[in-house]
Design a protein around this ligand. Structure first.
Ligand code: ADP
Ligand code: MG
Length: 225
């Protein structure tokens, strides 16, 4: 079939196409949302609510697609990874508390300087931690650790004692739109993988059904690429 097209090339063509479409959908979407707001008082509340929720869902997918298509690191600066992680954990604290989930972050070092695009890394941490919270419907613990590899790279490990991922599903995680959640887009992990790769790092997922999931993120200290 199309063996001449490398998988990566294929992905980048699809990425460009998706970004183009996402961009074009955005403007009419904003227009429709505005008019739905206007119509609110003129129709049954439950119908306008459904319309608004569905429009917001389109917005989420379009937003994810746009991020996916533009993961290139633009401007890197040196930041403290420990502080960045602490801020991210704080950001998710209300969602965690609402779900009876505790998030603990234990860095090996008090300060871990890293050259990166902080907002992109923050997005990775948010996606991973949100998945972990969502894997703990009855509450539980999320442990994040930071250590150094022998080759001086940084290792971040995110563990939850949630429901875990069956083997056959684990294999499908890289696929776009593969989600087991009613409101999921199945783009979160793809976005994470892209961003980490664009920082010269890598991502790994270990999961045992009924025991939990560990996501390992490896990042070079001076992530030049
Ligand atoms: P979404 O969260 O929108 O479903 P993601 O790409 O973030 O998309 O995740 C894809 C799927 O991977 C999820 O639907 C879920 O089935 C699985 N998953 C990801 N992280 C975890 C986790 N920590 N525990 C269990 N399942 C997970
Ligand atoms: Mg997710």
């Amino acid at each position: 079939t199309e063996d001449f097209l490398q998988q990566t090339e294929k992905l980048s063509v699809i990425g460009h196409l998706a970004a183009g479409i996402a961009h074009e959908i955005r403007n009419p979407l904003t227009t429709i949302k505005g008019f739905v707001q206007l119509l609110k008082g003129k129709m049954e509340a439950k119908y306008s609510r459904v319309m608004m929720q569905e429009l917001e869902r389109i917005e989420t997918i379009v937003g994810d697609l746009l991020v996916l298509a533009k993961p290139e690191v633009v401007s890197k600066e040196t930041v403290d990874l420990v502080e960045l992680m602490n801020r991210t954990v704080t950001l998710l604290q209300s969602q965690a508390i609402l779900n009876n989930v505790s998030i603990e972050f234990k860095p090996e070092s008090e300060e871990v300087p890293i050259k990166c695009e902080p907002n992109k890394l923050k997005q990775v941490f948010i996606n991973i931690l949100k998945n972990a919270i969502e894997a703990l419907p009855n509450g539980g613990d999320i442990r994040v650790t930071q250590s150094f590899n022998r080759d001086q790279s940084i290792l971040l490990s995110f563990s939850d004692d949630g429901n875990g991922i069956p083997k056959e599903r684990l294999a499908r995680l890289g696929e776009p739109f593969y989600s087991t959640k009613e409101k999921g887009t199945g783009l979160g992990l793809m976005i994470c993988d892209r961003i980490i790769k664009s920082h010269g790092g890598s991502m790994e997922i270990d999961s045992v059904v009924g025991k939990g999931t560990t996501i390992k993120v490896k990042l070079p200290i001076d992530s030049d690429e």
